[in-house]
Design a protein around this ligand. Structure first.
Ligand code: BTN
Length: 273
């Protein structure tokens, strides 16, 4: 890997962001266990909507379905934003999809190419994963309404193929591998914040437009896929994505099923995509 002349810094992110409502609530760390875990702790202590945590390295980065998200130092952007939408949880079924589209916007603005989305929450380029998204909700126990949501995103920026752990090497890529250049991680972090804030402003009013954009970016549609639910594997083709982000699949048996991201992961028939 090339020498890093561009460390993550709060001041540089703020400078690239300019005047922005979330600018004063950005926190940058050299190392944390998980920015999502820390964001949840701060949320429970009353941190305001728009709090953003960014780490150069995570020792216990978390992915969807209880998986680990490897988060080495000097190479990625690991960011969690805390928002407090005033609504019932059922109104946020499309949240992960909305974050995914926002992250495509951010990568495009900061680095100059638009990734695709592998349903539900992976940013991909070609057949490889560029980044992932983990959204987590907490409800107010009395009202049943949303107390807060944590929007966690990890994007690989500076790795060469050999820098990835062997376990993910043939499935992962970085911005550097796509463009041949070092991405400015501070610029990317600033664009991620900008895109998340824009997304949050229309989260409850702009669902249909967000989902139309999600379908346009989603590379899973039309593909033959395997659906992994616990020990069970089903085969079928991805027909559509509904208004709440669930995948509508025609199984090889002919049965049409609606699958939710919380329960299953999917694979292409010949690999990750
Ligand atoms: C996945 O690929 O399943 C989701 C990965 C999400 C990783 C990000 S990195 C920032 C935030 N903190 C975490 O522990 N996870 C998310």
């Amino acid at each position: 890997m090339s020498k890093n002349i561009n460390p993550l810094s709060k001041e540089l992110i703020q400078a690239r962001l300019g005047e922005h409502p979330w600018s004063e609530s950005i926190h940058v760390f050299v190392q944390v266990s998980s920015t999502n875990t820390l964001a949840k702790e701060l949320a429970a202590q009353g941190a305001p909507s728009g709090t953003v945590l960014i780490a150069d390295r995570q020792t216990s980065g978390r992915g969807r379905l209880g998986r680990t998200f490897l988060s080495p130092g000097d190479v990625g952007v690991y960011l969690s934003a805390l928002i407090r939408p005033e609504c019932a949880p059922a109104e946020l079924m499309h949240l992960t999809c909305a974050v995914a589209v926002a992250m495509c916007d951010a990568v495009e603005a900061a680095i100059g190419f638009r990734p695709g989305i592998k349903w539900t929450n992976d940013l991909v380029v070609g057949s490889k994963k560029l980044g992932g998204i983990l959204t987590e909700l907490s409800l107010n126990s009395k009202s049943g309404l949303v107390d807060y949501a944590i929007l966690g995103i990890g994007i690989n920026c500076r790795q060469e193929a050999q820098d990835f752990d062997e376990s993910i090497r043939n499935m992962a890529c970085s911005a550097r591998m796509v463009t041949g250049k070092d991405a400015d991680r501070n610029q990317l972090a600033a664009e991620m914040i900008r895109a998340l804030h824009r997304m949050e402003e229309t989260l409850l009013t702009g669902r249909d437009e967000m989902m139309a954009r999600y379908r346009a970016d989603c590379i899973t549609l039309g593909k033959e896929i395997s659906i992994l639910r616990g020990e069970d594997v089903f085969h079928g083709s991805a027909l559509n994505i509904d208004a709440e982000g669930a995948l509508i699949v025609r199984l090889d048996t002919g049965e049409i099923q609606t699958v939710n991201s919380g329960e299953v992961s999917i694979r292409g028939l010949y690999g990750y995509i």
